[in-house]
Design a protein. Sequence first.
Length: 126
Amino acid sequence: MKALVCKSITFDAAHNLPKHKGACNRLHGHTWRIVLGVYCEVDKVTGMGIDLGDIGEWLKMNVGGLYDHKYLNDLLDNPTAENIAQDILTTAMRYFELPCSVWVYETPTSWVAIQGDPHGQEPYTA
């Protein structure tokens, strides 16, 4: 059996979208919510695919530690939710060496979701 094992983290950060013509061109902030899902095979003995604690620790170090209370334009040229998702996805797949999905919530009602396979078969379908 395959599973998508997910964990989330929130952080506060500001950005502006210099290539956007609307209101988001101006400096503003969000309480971001990131969900990382790792696709894995469930072990028949343990009944687990991947330890949720491992995903949580990775998020804490590689998302919270990088993005929390930052001006995202200092980290990414064009910090759209899509580009943030791609940045997180690329790093996560490199680390876990498994297909992953990332959801980036700018608000509780607005988000972007992307998925990928670390072996170059994007998009990944379980």
